[in-house]
Write a protein that binds this ligand. Structure first.
Ligand SMILES: Nc1nc2c(ncn2[C@@H]2O[C@H](COP(=O)(O)OP(=O)(O)O)[C@@H](O)[C@H]2O)c(=O)[nH]1
Ligand SMILES: [Mg+2]
Length: 259
């Protein structure tokens, strides 16, 4: 489990409390938070692995986290409460059935989003269509970073992005490499508190730039090269509601004694 965190002290408790018991390693990547995110996380989960990454960017953070993770399966998840750790089971089961790379999708039955504006939805749809045309893939949701994969995939993917475009890089290279890819439904929730670090236009352009860079000199495999590569599975799960309020970081930290 790799979770990049940037000032998520109010949100990380919800995430850690909803972590299924079978997740045996949680890595958070921090280095730039000023709100004691790390202290809160450590207070809630004693065995949490903290990777210090002072450089800016979600891509940098994820790459450091992947390098530190030791599990056979790596799941990447945001710390802001927009992705529910209780969905992890949906991501794991295709990996136990021959798939290499499993992506959450907000657009298959059972998935959805509370967080998408019209602009982002339209931008994502256009970028997804473009990626599918170039890659001969059938992704339904390109710009969504709830992803699980076998650790061996890192050798194939050779990630190098620094910012939010790391998600595009992962997805595009997974398709180019002919990994067996599944999409499972995921419900994107609103971030519990705080503001997003994503800027629609700046990051949209970076996604496009990454895609162009990745695809320009790539020759798509001829028909039938690996027909099973982009099989998709669809699952549906019950829509449950639960209270989501920011946690006061002080409530989870041990009492500080004043001398
Ligand atoms: N370590 C680290 N984490 C980051 C950085 N930028 C974003 N994140 C984390 O990446 C995740 C996604 O960021 P967010 O701002 O919610 O972007 P959005 O979900 O795409 O709107 C969150 O868990 C953030 O805390 C960064 O520069 N360093
Ligand atoms: Mg977010």
């Amino acid at each position: 489990m790799v979770i990049p965190t940037l000032n998520e002290a109010q949100n990380i408790p919800w995430v850690l409390r909803r972590m299924p018991l079978y997740v045996d390693e949680v890595v958070i990547v921090d280095g730039r938070s000023t709100d004691n995110t790390v202290g809160v996380a450590q207070a809630l989960r004693k065995d949490i692995v903290v990777v210090n990454e002072p450089r800016k960017g979600k891509g940098v953070a994820l790459r450091s986290g992947f390098a530190a993770a030791t599990g056979d399966i790596i799941v990447m998840l945001d710390a802001d409460g927009s992705m529910d750790p209780r969905e992890i089971g949906w991501f794991i089961s295709p990996l136990q059935h021959d798939y290499d790379f499993v992506k959450g999708s907000r657009y298959v039955t059972g998935g959805g989003s509370e967080d998408l504006t019209w602009l982002r939805r339209t931008g994502n749809r256009a970028l997804t269509g473009l990626a599918n045309a170039v890659l001969h893939s059938n992704y339904s949701d390109l710009c969504y970073g709830y992803i699980a994969f076998r650790r061996e995939c890192l050798e194939v993917l050779q990630l190098e992005s620094d910012g939010f475009e790391i998600e595009t890089e992962l997805i595009v290279r997974a398709a180019k490499a002919g990994l067996r890819i599944a999409e499972v439904p995921s419900l994107e929730l609103n971030r519990i508190s705080g503001a997003s670090n994503l800027q629609t236009f700046r990051d949209g352009w970076r996604v496009l730039g990454t895609m162009a860079h990745e695809c320009l000199l790539w020759e798509a495999p001829t028909a039938g090269a690996r027909p099973e590569a982009l099989r998709r599975v669809k699952y549906a799960y019950a829509n449950v509601s639960f209270p989501r309020t920011p946690t006061d970081p002080m409530s989870v930290l041990p009492a500080i004694s004043v001398a």
